[in-house]
Design a protein around this ligand. Structure first.
Ligand code: ASP
Ligand code: MG
Length: 464
């Protein structure tokens, strides 16, 4: 019988009560599962700071490992009565911390860290979490062992900081390593390059690790435990009583994740859509029954009464605008600009063009580099290059958006009613999403207005 891959994030490992819930969840599966775990809440950010400081401060290596040791020690003291058991777990953690201290000290001695070393250091948050959780599970009588990515053969394309899993190289080994009657606890967030170097799978990448492992072992499902109620029809910080979404397709979930829904790392669906492995999302603060997910992401396509299932937004984008009366007439402009951006390692999220203007939607953090590299290209027809910041991209997502008339009209008129100016829009590029760009100051009103338009009458339970 295929195993289930179960992912716990940093938000599931904040306090004693969290850990009791995690144990209960693992027990409720009533069969061996593969667990993928992130670092404790805040630990990756802490390690990033330590990496920076370690370059010029000799004390940082010791301070970092002391801090991490105490963090685990305090949590273990709350949870495990038997001091021998606690000390055994702490001594396993100490082996990792000694190693981490050596790396941080090495960074101090050389004043520098290569990308390979940075990735190796940042993955310690997950390694320590896995050893910690494994110890706790063993103490509860659950037969578990840690399975490090280096042991199970989770191989990547080798790109430091943002690697992708190489399935051709990984599938057989990972599958073989994770069979058997034990619960395996795998640290998320990293895999190994073909030459054995730690490569991170991008920030927040433990969801993607878990999805990759689920694909390798042909899992029955990937179960992600969060501290919120699955996917919602909008951010509850903006909209009162958003509707909980019970079912999404892989594409719908990916669009929502790319444009702001924090619930899932955007790359999680990638490994799972071809083999049709469902993603089931649970709330650890709710019912711990493993039969009752809040949202299921699968190939099952559902068009709801509202058509739009969720309205999400992201402030992470800006526009690089090329203006000139000849841009629509001259061949090769897009090719030159996209090549320059590629060489600078900048991802283009969308391109919106007219005859007099080309607009590249780019992550805000890359905007100034994008401006510099594009300014340096010889583009005679471009009269003006401009960066547009302070925008929000709003995405209305749902199967049926492109196949039903009036959806775009309703979005626009709901915004017009509130005198919200639409800076740009794009519908039809994908059958399931309409993007609207508005000024950042209009974001909250815009999300509320579109949500109200489609969710005024909440459909009966079961229809979403
Ligand atoms: N701990 C890593 C991060 O904070 C990976 C994850 O949480 O998924 O980015
Ligand atoms: Mg995370």
């Amino acid at each position: 019988m295929p195993k289930t891959v179960v992912k716990f994030g940093g938000s599931n490992l904040k306090c004693k009560e969290d850990i009791s819930r995690v144990i209960q969840v693992v027990k409720n599966y009533k069969q061996p599962v593969v667990i993928v775990v992130s670092a404790f809440f805040g630990v990756t950010n802490y390690l990033i700071e330590s990496l920076e400081k370690a370059r010029h401060d000799e004390q940082v290596a010791k301070k970092t490992t002391n801090y991490l040791f105490n963090l685990k020690k305090e949590t273990l003291e709350l949870h495990i009565q038997d001091s021998d058991v606690r000390n055994n777990i702490l001594s396993d953690i100490s082996i990792l911390l000694d190693e981490l201290e050596k790396y941080l000290h090495g960074i101090y001695l050389t004043g520098d860290a290569s990308p390979a070393l940075e990735d190796h250091v940042l993955a310690f948050g997950e390694r320590i979490s896995a050893v910690f959780l494994n110890g706790i599970l063993n103490n509860e009588g659950i037969d578990a062992k840690v399975a490090f990515p280096e042991e199970i053969g989770l191989i990547t394309d080798g790109e430091f900081g943002d690697a992708s899993v190489d399935f051709v190289k990984s599938i057989n080994k990972v599958r073989e390593a994770l069979t058997g009657e034990l619960v395996n606890v795998v640290p998320g967030f990293y895999g190994l390059s073909s030459d054995g170097k730690t490569t991170l799978l991008g920030r927040g990448g433990s969801d993607y690790s878990a999805a990759a492992i689920a694909r390798c072992i042909g899992a029955s499902s990937l179960d992600i435990w969060k501290d919120v109620n699955g996917f919602l029809s909008a951010d509850p910080g903006i909209v009162d009583n958003p509707v909980q979404i019970q079912k999404l397709t892989y594409d719908e979930a990916a669009e929502l994740a790319y444009f702001g829904a924090k619930i899932l790392h955007p790359r999680t669906v990638e490994p799972l859509c071809d083999p049709h492995i469902p993603i089931r999302i649970f709330n650890i603060y709710g019912v711990l029954n493993v039969q009752e997910p809040l949202t299921v992401v699968s190939a099952e396509k559902i068009v709801t009464k509202c058509i739009v299932k969720s309205v999400t937004y992201s402030d992470d984008f800006g526009i690089l605008k090329l203006k000139g009366s000849g841009v629509g007439a001259k061949p090769g402009i897009l090719a030159k600009v996209t090549t320059a951006l590629l060489m600078a390692g900048i991802n283009i999220s969308s391109v919106l063009t007219s005859q007099t203007s080309i607009n590249f939607l780019i992550s805000r953090k890359d905007l100034s580099t994008a401006y510099s590299v594009v300014s340096a290209i010889d583009l005679p027809v471009v009269g003006r290059l401009q960066v547009v910041e302070n925008i929000t991209v709003i995405a209305a997502v749902g199967n049926g958006i492109a196949e039903n008339f009036g959806i775009a009209a309703r979005i626009f008129s709901s915004l017009a009613k509130h005198e919200i100016n639409v800076l740009m829009s794009c519908s039809g590029a994908s059958l399931i999403v309409s993007y609207i760009l508005v000024g950042i100051n209009d974001r909250t009103q815009a999300v509320k207005a579109i949500h109200r338009e489609f969710f005024e009458t909440i459909p009966a339970a079961g229809e979403l």
